[in-house]
Write a protein that binds this ligand. Structure first.
Ligand code: HEC
Ligand code: HEC
Length: 277
């Protein structure tokens, strides 16, 4: 009788722990602050790294040929952030790239990938953003020398939860919709957009900044052939290769440092499953 009761209690205890780790705010925090690395664009960089006093309050200008994109203030400040937006409006901005006033948002926010964030995960992002400290800050508008598309695709209706028991499929979801690794790491097509059909994971996108120019590497088995799973995971979470060389920006290592072991395993399993390029 006592033993049964104890087993019963421990089951309840572990079950509550699992559920507790999955509250919407916690899930949202993990997406925004870890795999999604939203702050890598939306938090301004100071000389010593991200300026946490202005966490998510609008990032440094991103200058690429033909554009100066200025990440917006996504704190819940009522005047300059997204505090006055409804949940549905925030979700539409994230997944469809359309603001409440109807204006289409421009790159490099990865709308093509964010369209596939599940309904639950995008609701979790909103739940977490509402909890962030509001910061009053109005970034300058972005400017694009090319016409933005009329839309980034048809309206997003429903996106089901990914199957977390299928490691490769969940790795694809982490490296795609949530982490957009694969967007930076696919070869650009003639228009400069990553060619996810013919060159998925093959590398070659260029990133300009104070560091000069960095080129995203080939993450297909051809590119990663000489690297063990442990080295790949170390690179993702520290930006340091086994030979001691450091990766240049803009990859968000300081965010990825907090990835769970299970998620890192899933990402590596997915990269190993890509067609070699
Ligand atoms: C690669 C850089 C980048 C990343 C990563 C990124 N964003 Fe953005 N985001 C931008 C830029 C740039 C804009 C503004 C585009 C424009 O001005 O047209 C923007 C705009 C937005 C807007 C619209 C706000 C407004 O006032 O118009 C929201 C909401 C947003 N981002 C949320 C997020 C969230 C949540 C994440 C992480 C899941 C994220 N972003 C990741 C660059 C990024
Ligand atoms: C904003 C663009 C960007 C994003 C997002 C990004 N990367 Fe990278 N990544 C780069 C660049 C650029 C380099 C090369 C840096 C250098 O050579 O100094 C790189 C290098 C790497 C390397 C080193 C490979 C080698 O051969 O040394 C690995 C592994 C890697 N990225 C994996 C990932 C994974 C996994 C994710 C998602 C969790 C990711 N990257 C997200 C831009 C990005």
């Amino acid at each position: 009788m006592k033993i049964v009761l104890l087993i019963g209690l421990s089951v309840v205890c572990c079950w509550t722990q699992t559920v507790a780790a999955e509250t919407m705010v916690e899930r949202g925090r993990y997406i925004v602050e870890v795999i999604g690395a939203c702050g890598n664009c939306h938090t301004p960089q100071g000389p010593g790294g991200p300026d946490e006093s202005r966490h998510l309050a609008g990032g440094n200008p991103i200058e690429e040929p033909g554009m100066v994109a200025i990440p917006r203030n996504i704190t819940p400040d009522m005047e300059t952030g997204i505090g006055a937006w409804t949940d549905a409006q925030i979700i539409t901005a994230i997944r469809e790239g359309v603001r409440p006033d109807g204006r289409v948002l421009g790159p490099p926010m990865p709308f093509g990938m964010y369209r596939q964030i599940s309904d639950r995960d995008v609701a979790a992002i909103v739940a977490y953003l509402r909890m962030v400290k509001p910061v009053n800050n109005q970034p300058e508008p972005s400017s694009y020398d090319f016409p933005l598309p009329e839309s980034w695709g048809p309206p997003v209706d429903q996106v089901p939860e990914p199957d977390r028991t299928d490691e490769v499929a969940y790795g694809a979801y982490l490296a795609g919709p949530l982490g957009h690794c694969i967007e930076c790491h696919s070869t650009p097509d003639a228009h400069g957009f990553p060619d996810l059909e013919n060159a998925l994971g093959a590398g070659g996108m260029l990133f300009h900044g104070p560091w000069g120019v960095s080129a995203a590497t080939n993450l297909t088995p051809t590119g990663l052939s000489g690297k063990s799973d442990a080295e790949i995971k170390q690179i993702i979470t520290t930006g340091m290769r086994a030979d001691g060389s450091r990766l240049r920006p803009p990859m968000g290592f300081s965010y990825y440092a907090h990835l769970t072991d299970g998620d890192l395993d899933a990402i590596v399993a997915y990269l190993r499953s890509l067609p070699p390029r």
